[in-house]
Design a protein around this ligand. Structure first.
Ligand SMILES: *[C@@H]1O[C@H](CO)[C@@H](O)[C@H](O)[C@H]1NC(C)=O
Length: 150
């Protein structure tokens, strides 16, 4: 019998399953994030290693990350780990500083994350993030963007 069509269908199904779907990609590379921060969001280059370090230790560069409950009872959301109870809200209650639902910080679209990050930076600086204080502050960070801009 002619089994070719079945083989073809299996092959195509496998291809579909394993091809990276960029719209739902959750884990970014350091360089993808660095380039997006620089070219799309126009961050100063000197800030980028710190932001990559923060994203790496905060979320493992996972755009949909959500943390365990912290000591203050909050959870942190998204690639930059922004906390509910201050900067994002768990429901439609928009009293949070960034007036954004935490859920929106957990998708691949970084516009609202960045808007909120800028607000946090202007108010607290990078010290808002304990992951940054613990793992990035005062450290050599240039390797986080190594070969991203050549
Ligand atoms: C990203 O984080 C989400 C939520 O915590 C988790 O379900 C998912 O497995 C993580 N993805 C990767 C690639 O680590």
């Amino acid at each position: 019998m002619n089994s070719f069509p079945l083989g073809l269908i299996v092959f195509c199904a496998a291809l579909f399953c394993f091809s990276p779907n960029t719209s739902s990609a959750k884990k970014l590379s350091r360089c993808d994030l660095a380039k997006e921060l620089f070219f799309k969001f126009k961050f100063a280059k000197r800030l980028i290693p710190s932001l990559i370090c923060l994203a790496e230790f905060g979320s493992r560069l996972n755009t949909s990350a959500v943390s365990e409950v912290k000591e203050d009872g909050s959870r942190a959301h998204g690639i930059f780990q922004i906390k509910d109870q201050d900067y994002c809200s768990v429901d439609a209650d928009v009293r949070s500083e960034c007036k954004v639902e935490c859920e929106k910080l957990r998708d691949r679209k970084l516009d609202d994350d960045i808007r909120c990050v800028r607000q946090i930076l202007s108010k607290h600086g990078l010290s808002y993030w304990e992951e940054w204080v613990k793992n990035c502050r005062g450290k050599y960070l240039m390797h986080f963007i190594h070969a991203c801009f050549i």
